[in-house]
Design a protein around this ligand. Structure first.
Ligand code: HSE
Length: 340
């Protein structure tokens, strides 16, 4: 039985909560997967703890109606994130705080604290994985618990698990992908004649964009995902500053139209591969012919092609952002811990 503590209860945490409720019976009947939410601690919305379990449906309703977690009638309230991680009877921490991707905080401290307390962590926060993947995996292993972060790349589309589990018998030499939903959405809308500013505004309204738009449009978000793919799947040891990076802000409506007239499309491509002993990692706009499998991937959809020794290219296409898709990443992570 998973006893879950949610650290952060914004869009992604609520997305997971909705899925847990919707799929409760199926998960129990098909996989023997059982869960109870015992604590929620959110910096802005307050915190609640009940060792016997919270009514998650009532909690969701309370948050959506009042904007607060602590309007829910729980026996214990007001614990901060660290006390919630350490002192509740949770055995798995859902780490979905608003985190600074450059420092990785507060998610990084939450992960370390959870492992030291012998608790699994599932997260969609890129910061801790980008900055401290090896340290965190080792710390989790030393305490006999698991660290899962599928949602850091392509949200609920299982890019990491596909590579780690199903391509385990192949060698992955490199990858190439559309790793940022916001910029792909903007480029697709610009092809349809919308302005850059309006398309960005829509991407924000639809919940794809990062809080600071530069993170998307200047390629920082995609660069973080390149680092994660490179370090987790290809044994590299990169930092974000090792990724050559160019965003989409230089792509004008005229450039979009010119590519279209030549039967091509602009895509923001994140890539990485070993070249001898050197790992080459890039994020840059590329003009792709329509025959390229990545050219047909439009809107907020993401895609990645793994270049393998045995199968050649293996391409995965699916959602890369959004409430339910990212909530699903966490559900997949919990299920993966349960099954293994
Ligand atoms: N802002 C990100 C994107 C969210 O647009 O892809 C998912 O990491």
């Amino acid at each position: 039985m998973f006893r879950l503590a949610f650290i952060g209860f914004g869009t992604v945490g609520q997305g997971l909560a909705e899925l847990l409720l919707k799929k409760e019976e199926v998960l129990r009947d098909r996989f023997g997967f059982e869960w109870r939410a015992v604590a929620i601690s959110d910096m802005l919305k307050g915190s609640v703890y009940d060792p016997d379990g919270l009514d998650l449906a009532q909690l969701l309703e309370t948050v959506q109606r009042t904007g607060r977690v602590d309007e829910y009638p729980a026996p214990t309230k007001g614990w901060d994130s660290l006390q919630t991680i350490r002192d509740t009877n949770a055995n798995a921490i859902v780490e979905v705080t608003y985190t600074d991707v450059q420092t990785g905080e507060p998610a990084l401290t939450h992960c370390r604290t959870a492992f030291e307390a012998g608790k699994h962590v599932v997260t969609t926060n890129k910061g801790p994985v980008v900055l401290a993947y090896r340290e965190l995996v080792e710390l989790a292993a030393a305490h006999g618990v698991q660290f899962r972060f599928e949602g850091t790349v392509m949200s609920g589309t299982p890019a990491l698990r596909l590579a780690q589990n199903d391509l385990a018998g192949a060698v992955i030499h490199g990858f190439r992908g559309i790793l940022n939903g916001t910029t792909n959405y903007i480029l697709t809308q610009m092809e349809a004649g919308q302005s850059y500013a309006e398309a960005l505004r829509q991407a924000q309204a639809l919940g794809y964009a990062e809080a600071v738009p530069d993170a998307d449009v200047e390629g920082w978000d995609a660069a973080g995902k390149v680092v994660i793919l490179a370090n987790v799947l290809l044994g590299a040891d990169l930092r974000v500053s090792d990724v050559e990076r160019e965003g989409i802000t230089g792509i004008t409506p005229e450039a979009v139209a010119a590519a279209g007239a030549d039967g091509e499309r602009w895509k923001l491509i994140g890539s990485g591969r070993w070249e001898g002993d050197r790992f080459v990692a890039r994020v840059q706009p590329e003009r792709l012919p329509l025959a390229d499998p990545l050219a047909g991937v439009g809107g907020p959809i993401n895609a990645v092609t793994f270049d393998t020794d045995t199968l050649g290219g293996v391409t995965l296409v699916g959602p890369g952002a959004g409430r339910t898709a990212t909530g699903y990443a966490l559900l997949g992570d919990l299920l993966d811990i349960h099954r293994h």
